[in-house]
Design a protein around this ligand. Sequence first.
Ligand SMILES: Cc1ncc(COP(=O)(O)O)c(C=O)c1O
Length: 370
Amino acid sequence: MNILARAKQLEADGHDVIHLEVGEPDFATPQVVRNAAKNAIDEGKTHYTPAMGLPQLRSKISNYYKEQLSADVSAKNIVVTPGASGALQLVLSAIIDPGQKILMADPGYPCNRHFVRMLDGCAQSVAVSADTHFQLTHQLIRKHWDSETVAVMLASPSNPTGTLISREEMQQIIAVVNELGGVLIVDEIYQGLVYDEKDFTVAEYSSNVFVINSFSKYFSMTGWRLGWLIAPNEYIEAIDRLAQNLFLAPSTISQYAALAALDAEALAVYEQQKNELRLRRDFLVAGMTKLGFIVSVKPGGAFYIYADVSKFTDDSFTFCSELLEKTHVAITPGVDFGEHQAARYVRFAYTQPIEKLQQALDRLAKFLLV
Ligand SMILES: Cc1ncc(COP(=O)(O)O)c(C=O)c1O
């Protein structure tokens, strides 16, 4: 947050800051989706929807799973939420009692541990490294599970590393968590943004898993605050009651826009954006590697590169601060994502066009004197 605030300050002072710290796509929401929202407003669709979301949107998301991911997910298990953030809060509120522990990877998405703490639960961070693609594995879950542990949170592709959990590993994780009697939560917010292989959802393998997703990333709708979750049957009633109390309903206008985001016209735009992101990833990974950054696991998805900067520094926070001050390139230090080897890593977000990435590489080369 300090880096972001300083980047904004430098920009306000007239400097040309290249933002590679921002975790959202630079693409505006497609016009067809924006038009759907305008129509909804013009038609006066401005009242609350049911707490679990518009029935037609829940059905459309169910179809999306069938058509795009060959997964059979019933609309009654889909809950539309205020972003993945709302979905995470609903799920965690439904499953955590005070003192209970949730396993999660370090590095990982920082808000998760804060959500757990808000519920008087305990985030049980497990250090993960390049050898497991910065992901929890079924062995690590078994090893760290204790009598207070009730659930595991995963994210594939991951923030901050962009790395994936394979189909085989996911099936083994499902089996182990099931055997341990725990709850599995898989954050698939970067689903759709997978570059080298066919995408899949954990819902293909189990109906006993919470799946988190969102219109924020693949659908380029961060500001619309709309996401969804898939909940196992036994939790639907509790989630409905929690949603009624916590949020009343997700944004009505955003839900009408989201109906258009799932149509063929918008999906074609999203596929083009994904291709553009793949090019950017390849370009930036190659350029960074040339400069001496170590990218030990090629990021298969999302729009992040988690790079080892130990060749340049033993303090990635200071590295990021100096880089920003001297070159006006903003990146995120590892400390934002946990404690494990945090001083050794930084996160680059390739949420800028290739010309900007080239400029950033030029500035980095000067900064590093290579
Ligand atoms: C892994 C992960 N989960 C959840 C979120 C929250 O997303 P939103 O609430 O915009 O859907 C983010 C945002 O960056 C994220 O990276």
